[in-house]
Design a protein around this ligand. Structure first.
Ligand SMILES: NC(=O)c1ccc(NCc2ccccc2N2CCOCC2)nc1
Length: 235
């Protein structure tokens, strides 16, 4: 799976994206993350990427030409046009379900906005979908793009070594994850729940499901409701 990220801060990506799992997945050739500097597609000696908003107002707006030319450079010679996602507070909120959907794509282009946003003609012409990572405002689209790359990449087959695990993970089966413990069995007088040391897998599974349901009901009643609804009608 390939991600082309059009950004004013390409170096931010290479630092974060070459770390840990994403970095290893790139070495294994499972994913590619290519940061494209929009400024490289400017045509003036000041490498101008933004200008004043028509109609007045404070702040600046990202101009069409550098973004269009960066897009054309990235898509030149491609048989199929990749899906273009604009990271924006107005977008569809990224959930695990959306991440699963996006992980089926072969190639994604992510546009990172800055200033007060980008010229609307870029959105009309180039953007297939706007995605938000949550209802809060950031100074730019780079962090949202990295969040999207992380949560989508880990769903690409082969990226996670213990692939089986994420099926039980929080937000995957719609419930929050059960509590996790590791050695030692006692730490400063604090014990690990006995059941987990019993080796009785059926009972451990039952205990874990009960814990997941319980903490989802308490911490995320909205997810709990969905889970109850979706399991109604199932025997
Ligand atoms: N929730 C998210 O996914 C998210 C994404 C981006 C983002 N910021 C970049 C941005 C992108 C598009 C439009 C406006 C802006 N902003 C420019 C600066 O002013 C605030 C709005 N913020 C939050």
């Amino acid at each position: 799976m390939r991600f082309d990220v059009l950004t004013l801060f390409p170096e931010t990506f290479s630092l974060v994206m070459k770390e840990s799992i994403i970095g290893r997945a790139q070495e294994k050739g499972l994913i590619e993350v290519n940061a494209v500097n929009i400024r490289d597609y400017t045509r003036d000696k000041h490498r101008k990427v933004d200008d004043y908003p028509f109609g007045g107002g404070n702040g600046m707006v990202m101009m069409c030409q550098p973004m269009f030319d960066a897009y054309r450079a990235v898509t030149e010679g491609l048989q199929t046009k990749p899906k273009v996602i604009y990271m924006s507070p107005q977008g569809r909120v990224l959930t695990q379900k959306v991440a699963v959907e996006l992980s089926k794509e072969e190639h994604l282009i992510l546009l990172c906005g800055h200033y007060e946003g980008i010229d609307e003609r870029i959105i009309e012409e180039l953007v297939d979908e706007e995605i938000s990572i949550g209802d809060y405002v950031l100074t730019g689209g780079e962090l949202p793009a990295m969040v999207l790359i992380d949560c989508v990449s880990r769903l690409v087959p082969g990226v996670l070594s213990n692939e089986g695990s994420f099926s039980e993970e929080s937000h995957f089966n719609g419930l929050l994850e059960y509590p996790q413990y590791t050695r030692p069995a006692e730490y400063e007088g604090k014990q690990v729940p006995e059941i987990l040391l019993s080796g009785h897998h059926a009972n451990i599974q039952k205990w874990r499901s009960a814990r997941s349901l319980e903490r989802t009901r308490i911490k995320r009643p909205d997810l709990y409701e969905n889970h109850i609804k979706s399991s109604e009608g199932k025997i």
